[in-house]
Design a protein around this ligand. Structure first.
Ligand SMILES: [Zn+2]
Length: 423
């Protein structure tokens, strides 16, 4: 009698386990058969903020898609998307969201939007949060109360300092990548040195560099470089040093070890290093395509894709801009002062006109292959007192120095940085 009950209970337990493992196996098979039920490739779902129990959807802004479409695709009602837009447009106009950025949406368990974050630029983000407080005391006016708290806030990066460096085998780009630097850091470094060295043209095998800089982190993850605080570049006997220093509101930027501004009258190159560093160029192969200044070719040719922006190397006035009858194609000439003129040839498009004033770094046109040209490139000439010269050899005075009374402060400021770079 007791035995029968015992066997019955035993059988029930066995059956229970068989059913349990069958269910478990079925679920496993099922998840293998359908690995991802991703119905919309724009939406990458990720569950974070466990404590708030909100579900995060990061929606990439795709070219040609507008804010409301993106919100609807993510499951937000059109009326609600419009409501947020209307309430927030004084702070940030959401119709201006840029391709490549993300709408960071947070939903509660019943799929109701609670929060939206959008990175406006590298420094600021828009934060939209649902106003869940109900105002009981003033029931008559409660309808006019905003449904969303909308703010533009500074992105709360955690900043860590780092010392990195490397030496050049083939190109600056390759050297930097091989030493764990990312594209953005290389471009920052090139920008800091843009009046001093042309990383595309002037670097040679055996040169070395070091940089002490800020790295920005969010939630413990590296996001991007911050400011380059100090850097040095060594080429043979020559050593170039730059330090970021703020003497006053008006005088801040990079200075060399003597307190002279690193900012000069001319940029080293008419094409920003960011268009040359990576991507289509593939470093060394690209560098081989540069045509250097020789006695027969009194200019520098920058091989670059058609449409690459061309910048004026210095402040000046456009003296001519248009078609050349002698093979230069579309060419622009800029007079910088009574001594110097620069010319930019074979352009695909000119966007300035004679008489116009331009600033250093201003885009004046785009790389092309017009006129007598064998392929897309920028033919860049510098003319000094009517004679073509090699811009890379030209020594130019520094624009501004640290004032005498602040010199000691400056030297004290850079001393520990110098020690770091020389360590
Ligand atoms: Zn040329």
């Amino acid at each position: 009698m007791n035995k029968k009950i015992f066997y019955l209970i035993f059988a029930i337990i066995i059956v229970f386990f068989i059913v349990l493992s069958a269910v478990f196996l079925y679920n496993k098979l099922d998840s293998k058969a359908f690995p991802e039920e991703n119905t919309n490739e724009n939406i990458a779902e990720k569950q974070i903020e466990e404590k708030d129990k909100l579900i995060n959807k990061k929606v990439e802004v795709k070219a040609g898609k507008v804010y409301c479409e993106l919100m609807e695709e993510a499951g937000v009602a059109y009326s609600e998307a419009i409501e947020i837009y209307e309430e927030g447009k004084d702070k940030y106009d959401l119709s201006q969201v840029r391709a490549g950025r993300f709408l960071d949406l947070y939903f509660d368990k019943s799929n109701v939007l609670q929060k939206l974050k959008y990175k406006i630029n590298s420094e600021e983000e828009l934060i939209v949060e649902k106003n869940n407080q109900t105002d009981i005391s003033t029931s008559s006016t409660s309808t006019s109360r905003p449904k969303w708290n909308i703010e533009v806030k500074e992105i709360p990066y955690e900043v860590r300092e780092a010392l990195d460096g490397g030496s050049i085998e083939t190109s600056m780009y390759e050297a930097a990548i091989n030493n764990g630097l990312d594209d953005e850091t290389i471009i920052e470094l090139a920008d800091a040195f843009q009046w001093t060295i042309d990383f595309a043209m002037e670097t040679q095998k055996g040169d070395s560099f070091k940089l002490f800089y800020e790295k920005r982190y969010l939630d413990g993850e590296y996001v991007m470089p911050g400011r380059i605080l100090a850097a040095q570049y060594m080429s043979g006997e020559k050593k170039y040093e730059i330090y970021y220093y703020e003497e006053s509101e008006e005088n801040q930027g990079y200075f060399n070890e003597k307190g002279e501004s690193a900012q000069k009258m001319f940029l080293k190159a008419p094409v920003s290093y960011k268009y040359i560093s990576s991507g289509y160029t593939q470093g060394p192969r690209y560098l081989a395509k540069f045509k250097m200044f020789t006695s027969t070719h009194m200019a520098i040719d920058y091989a670059a894709a058609i449409g690459t922006p061309i910048r004026s190397v210095g402040d000046g006035v456009i003296t001519s801009a248009g078609w050349s009858s002698v093979g230069y194609g579309y060419i622009t000439a800029i007079k910088h002062n009574s001594t110097y003129t620069t010319r930019y040839a074979h352009q695909s498009k000119i966007i300035v006109s004679p008489g116009q004033k331009v600033k250093q770094g201003q885009i004046i046109g785009y790389v092309g292959s017009t006129g007598l040209s064998t392929g897309p490139h920028l033919h860049f000439e510098m003319i000094k007192n009517g004679i073509k010269i090699n811009p890379l050899n030209e020594k130019l005075p520094a624009s501004k120095s640290i004032s005498e009374e602040n010199m000691e402060n400056f030297f004290n400021f850079i001393k520990p940085l110098q020690e770091k770079l020389n360590s």
